[in-house]
Design a binder for this molecule. Structure first.
Ligand code: S3P
Length: 170
């Protein structure tokens, strides 16, 4: 069983994946970390040296390489569902969970770590807020294809487990 956590930067995908995996006794996989390990470069370096298009290609390949995993919770990157047919692929392979988050909360969560986030590292505060609002609207049609949608704010692992129960039965 594969569980994919999707949603915008700052939605809490990585921390929720660790907690959920521990609770279910599943493996926890962070897609960005896996990309960094496999390519021996940080995501920022990949964006800077090879460009976003290249990043999206290896992101999609790294995602697909997980198809043989047994029981795993996978924290995807914020853009993962929105490129190639990644969202369809994830829905075919497992359970997708969209962690929804308000743009203002995203802003407060990601502004302090801006320098480590290649898409926003160069932005001033006003540009960042505009980017979050616009990109969320663009990405919504992809995120909304998730099988489960939950608020990512103050999310308890037990609430995630309850929402997953109907899917985990078989
Ligand atoms: C991205 C989000 C990042 C990372 C990359 C691109 C995006 O992941 O994959 O910087 O397009 O929103 P997180 O959502 O884990 O920060």
């Amino acid at each position: 069983m594969l569980i994919f956590l999707i949603g915008f930067m700052g939605a809490g995908k990585s921390s929720q994946a660790k907690k959920l995996a521990a609770r279910l006794n599943f493996e926890s996989i962070d897609l960005d970390e896996l990309i960094e390990k496999t390519n021996k470069q940080s995501t920022s370096e990949i964006f800077k040296i090879s460009g976003e298009q290249h990043f999206r290609k290896i992101e999609s390949e790294t995602l697909r390489a997980l198809s043989e995993k047994q029981n795993a919770v996978i924290a995807t990157g914020g853009g993962t569902p929105c490129f190639f047919d990644n969202m369809q692929w994830m829905n075919e392979k497992g359970i997708t969970v969209y962690l929804k988050i308000h743009p203002g909360t995203v802003y407060h969560r990601i502004a302090p770590s801006k320098s480590k986030r290649p898409l926003i590292s160069h932005m001033n505060d006003a540009d960042l807020m505009e980017y979050i609002m616009e990109t969320m609207i663009e990405r919504a049609p992809f995120y909304n294809q998730a099988k489960i949608q939950m608020s990512g704010l103050n999310l308890k692992t037990e609430d995630l487990v309850s929402a997953l129960k109907p899917f985990l039965k078989d």
